[in-house]
Design a protein around this ligand. Structure first.
Ligand code: ATR
Length: 276
C-alpha cells in the first residue's frame, strides 16, 4: 500500500481557468479524504513525459483537458469503448505496473446532468438535434446513442466537420444544413447546443428560435453565462431547460470515485462555488 497521500489533478495548457481543482477539493473535504487534486500546466511537448512520470510521484490518476485529450487516448495502454468512440480521453487512471487507463466521461456527464433534473427524459423519446461538430459534440453523440437515440440530426457551421462526425458515428446520425436549423427545431424533442455560441466572449447565438415548441427539452453545454440566450428564450417559451454546469460536475464524478474511493455528490454549495 502506498504510504503517501493520494494525488490527482487536471492537466491542460493553459490550466489556470479550470474549475476542477475547486470541485475535487470540495469533494475531498466533504469526504474527509487526506489527498490533493492540483492544476498541472503542461505543454504539448512535455505531455507524454509528464503523464508517464505522474504515477511515480504518487498520482493515482488525472483529468486531461485541452489540448491533450486526443494525445491522452493515444498514449493509453487501455481505453473504454466510449473513449475510443469519442476519440479522446478526459479521465486517466494509473495502474500499479505502468498501465494508463483512459476513459471519457464527458458524454456521461452530459446525460446524467439532464436525467438529474428530468428523470423521465431519455434520448429514445423523440427526434434529437445537436448543434456543433467539435469534441464536445462527439461526446454528446456517443452518450445519446448509448442512451437509445434512434436517430440524431446534427448541424454545424462548417458542413464538412458534421459530415466527418456522421461518417464516424454511422447511419443513426444525419447531417442537416446549418441554415435549416431554424425550421427543423420545430420538430425535435431535444435540442442540444455544443457550439461555443452564446458563451461569454464568443459570438451570440443568432439562430432564429421562433419555431421552437414548448414540448422540446433544450440543453446548452455553455455555462458562462449559466442562463444563455438560448436557454432564456427556451424557458420563456415554456421548454424544459438544462444548463451546462451540471455536465462539468457529473463528468468529474467517475474519476473521483476511482481515484479516491468515495462517491461525490452534486450540491447547491458546489454549484455556487463553481459559479464564483
Ligand atoms: P469543443 O471541443 O468544445 O466542441 P471545438 O472543437 O472548437 O470545441 O468546436 C466548436 C464548435 O463550435 C464547432 O462546431 C464550431 O463550428 P465549426 O466546425 O464550423 O468551426 C462551432 N462554432 C464556433 N464558433 C462558431 C460560430 N461563430 N458560428 C457557428 N458555429 C461556431
Amino acid at each position: 500500500m502506498s504510504t503517501t497521500l493520494p494525488l490527482a489533478g487536471v492537466i491542460g495548457f493553459p490550466i489556470a481557468h479550470s474549475k476542477s481543482p475547486k470541485m475535487h477539493g470540495l469533494w475531498l473535504a466533504q469526504n474527509g479524504i487526506k489527498g490533493h487534486y492540483v492544476p498541472l500546466a503542461v505543454s504539448p511537448d512535455d505531455f507524454e513525459q509528464v503523464l508517464k512520470l505522474l504515477p511515480k510521484m504518487g498520482f493515482v490518476g488525472a483529468n486531461v483537458t485541452i489540448p491533450h485529450k486526443v494525445t491522452a487516448l493515444q498514449l493509453a495502454t487501455h481505453a473504454t469503448d466510449r473513449a475510443r468512440q469519442i476519440g479522446a480521453a478526459n479521465t486517466i487512471t494509473f495502474g500499479e505496473n505502468g498501465e494508463i487507463y483512459a476513459d471519457n466521461t464527458d458524454g456521461h456527464g452530459f446525460i446524467t446532468n439532464i436525467k438529474s433534473k428530468y428523470p423521465d427524459w431519455s434520448a429514445s423519446t423523440g427526434p434529437l438535434l445537436v448543434l456543433g461538430a467539435g469534441g464536445a459534440a462527439r461526446a454528446v453523440l456517443s452518450a445519446l446513442l448509448d442512451d437509445g437515440a434512434p436517430q440524431i440530426l446534427i448541424a454545424n457551421r462548417t458542413r464538412e466537420n458534421a459530415d466527418r462526425l456522421a461518417r464516424d458515428f454511422g447511419e443513426s446520425v444525419t447531417v442537416i444544413e446549418w441554415s435549416d436549423v431554424s425550421t427543423q427545431i420545430a420538430n425535435v424533442a431535444t435540442l442540444v447546443n455544443t457550439t461555443s455560441l452564446g458563451m461569454v466572449g464568443k459570438p451570440p447565438m443568432t439562430i432564429d428560435l421562433s419555431q421552437l415548441q414548448p414540448e422540446t427539452l433544450v440543453s446548452d453545454i455553455v455555462y458562462t453565462p449559466l442562463e444563455t440566450d438560448l436557454l432564456k428564450t427556451a424557458s420563456d417559451k415554456g421548454c424544459k431547460t438544462v444548463d451546462g454546469l451540471g455536465m462539468l460536475i457529473y463528468q468529474g464524478m467517475p474519476g473521483f470515485e476511482k481515484w479516491f474511493g468515495a462517491t461525490p455528490v452534486a450540491t447547491d454549495e458546489l454549484r455556487e462555488m463553481l459559479l464564483k
